[in-house]
Design a protein around this ligand. Structure first.
Ligand SMILES: Cc1cc2nc3c(=O)[nH]c(=O)nc-3n(C[C@H](O)[C@H](O)[C@H](O)COP(=O)(O)OP(=O)(O)OC[C@H]3O[C@@H](n4cnc5c(N)ncnc54)[C@H](O)[C@@H]3O)c2cc1C
Length: 328
């Protein structure tokens, strides 16, 4: 029966949504493989163990806390060395983690340290005998590739929001572990951190994204997008590359092949044509709503709901409807 180790990602001393999604994916794999344990390893400042109960609520059988104030950030060399040591001695079939910025950095480090194969950006996982069967989108999300991963230990990174964090309460054992390498002696140090839009969720974590394109005409046009996001309350704002290249929005808002890849519950595309490079970043969203005055716009091919019309008329009306529905 395979056991799986999960890197439970934190930021600023708090668990991230992708940590619970990775635990959910690991649980699904372990159950599909006939049972086994899911062990979540969490790095954070003193007290992180006490803030990790959600991992047990989502299916972790053990929570291994590695506490050190340097883990408020992401000391990559220390984290990679510690996970690799645990993976070597714990008899695990796989290490699961998010395909987030941290996960993209960490997975190859673990692959190299453990001489293990990596399945990246995974949106579905199951078992076939001793093999891990992983599905991941390719060619700008136009096809889903099925990978069969063999060998004693593998690294599996899961796409943020592809697995819905599912409650599955366990009475998890608590363990603590010392870091294998001093997190204060990193050769790569973060010297500054520039925060994105304040007061809005991160694009990778948001359940609702309102995204704007060149159809908004100018930076000021984004006011209607911001208003709709405010009406939802918990929505993030995204943009096309045409928009970020114009300087209407920061590059951190860009969604697509060369921007962020997102899979929210709801993606509202406002004045976006639906170029293949944009679709590459959002077509796996659960529900897509597109508003465009051109009924032939390619965005309508991937949309679940399409509204043909002028964004400056439609979006304020939608904002009012959302406010009313939410009793605002
Ligand atoms: C190598 C490469 C990488 C790229 N990476 C990315 C990427 O990561 N992300 C990305 O987004 N793009 C990317 N692009 C650019 C991409 O090809 C498109 O140019 C871009 O996505 C178009 O942005 P847009 O939809 O905002 O603008 P447009 O294509 O100009 O579309 C604007 C749309 O708004 C509609 N519209 C106009 N006025 C109104 C109105 N009043 N009401 C309603 N609708 C209106 C129009 O009908 C049109 O469909 C990349 C391109 C290359 C070559």
């Amino acid at each position: 029966m395979p056991n799986v180790l999960v890197f439970a990602e934190t930021r600023g001393g708090a668990l991230r949504k992708v940590a619970l999604e990775a635990v959910t994916a690991a649980r699904q794999f372990v159950d599909a493989a006939g049972g086994g344990e899911v062990h979540a390893i969490v790095f954070g400042p003193a007290g992180i163990a006490g803030k990790s109960d959600a991992l047990a609520q989502h299916g972790a059988d053990a929570i291994i806390a590695v506490e050190n104030d340097a883990f408020s950030g992401y000391p990559r060399e220390s984290i990679a060395a510690t996970i690799a040591d645990r993976a070597k001695t714990g008899g695990y079939r796989a290490v699961f983690l998010g395909f987030s910025a941290q996960g993209r950095d960490l997975a190859p480090r673990l692959g190299a340290k453990l001489d293990a194969p990596i399945a990246s950006d995974v949106v579905g996982v199951s078992a076939e005998g001793d093999a891990i069967i992983a599905k991941h989108p390719a060619y700008a999300n136009k096809v889903i590739v099925t990978l069969k991963v063999t060998g004693p230990l593998a690294i599996v990174s899961v796409r943020p929001s592809a697995f819905t964090a599912a409650p599955n309460a366990k009475s998890a054992r608590a363990e603590s572990m010392q870091p294998s390498a001093d997190p204060g002696a990193e050769r790569v140090k973060v010297t500054s951190l520039e925060e994105g839009a304040k007061g809005r969720p991160d694009l990778g974590e948001a359940q609702v994204i309102i995204s704007g394109g060149r159809g908004l005409k100018a930076a000021d046009g984004f006011k209607i997008v911001e208003d709709l996001a405010d009406a939802f309350g918990n929505a993030a704002v995204g943009a096309t590359r045409a928009v970020t290249d114009e300087g209407w929005r920061p590059h951190s808002d860009q969604i697509g092949q060369t921007g962020r890849q997102v899979s929210p519950q709801l993606y509202v595309a406002v004045g976006i044509s639906g170029a293949i490079q944009h679709l590459a970043g959002m077509r796996t969203s659960k529900t897509i709503v597109a508003i465009n005055k051109d009924k032939e716009a390619p965005i309508f091919k991937v949309a679940d709901y399409g509204i043909v019309g002028d964004v400056f008329e439609i979006v304020p009306a939608l904002t009012e409807a959302v406010k009313q529905a939410k009793g605002k």
